[in-house]
Design a protein around this ligand. Sequence first.
Ligand code: IMP
Length: 181
Amino acid sequence: MDMPEVPACLIAAAEIHKIVRRLGVEITACYRHCPRELVVIGLLKGAFIFMADLVRQIDLPLVIDFLGVSSYGDTALSSGEIHLTMDLATDISGRDVLLVEDIVDTGVTVETVRRLLAQRQPRSLKVCAFLSKPECRRVDAQVDFIGREIENAFVVGYGLDYAQSFRHLPFVGKIGLSGKK
Ligand code: IMP
């Protein structure tokens, strides 16, 4: 597989910081009357950097956990199938849960995982996504907090990958790929 060149910047680090700070304020306001610690669940691997920044902007008692899911394999083409690669260590029944996703594209991943978590009977369940591509939606996914909407482009950096590369970039960049969906 040919590796694309280093991507052009779409969202700079300073803008990412502002987005995450704003989300932190919104989430803090939403959960300020939570009876117990908020359970913040990150979807691996893509959400790991966003999640680390986000929890530091939430001014509330919270615990974190991660769910491992894979959907695309090592390409930019969605298979539409979600595989659970790692389950939670936390019992979320009766808890207030915030699911954290890197990017919502077709909506299949986040909606599948949201329904799976809903079966475990949390007290409440909301979804926060750093990015959303509304043009690409195929299912009606519930996303309660959105960092930024973007056009239909393949983006990398700030946790997002192409074939597992580029996750470490401190900005979000756009790479030129053809044939996605
Ligand atoms: P969906 O199920 O189509 O909404 O896809 C969501 C998942 O696909 C995300 O968690 C990402 O892992 C991956 N994904 C979707 N769009 C992009 C992108 O532009 N760059 C990198 N990964 C993406």
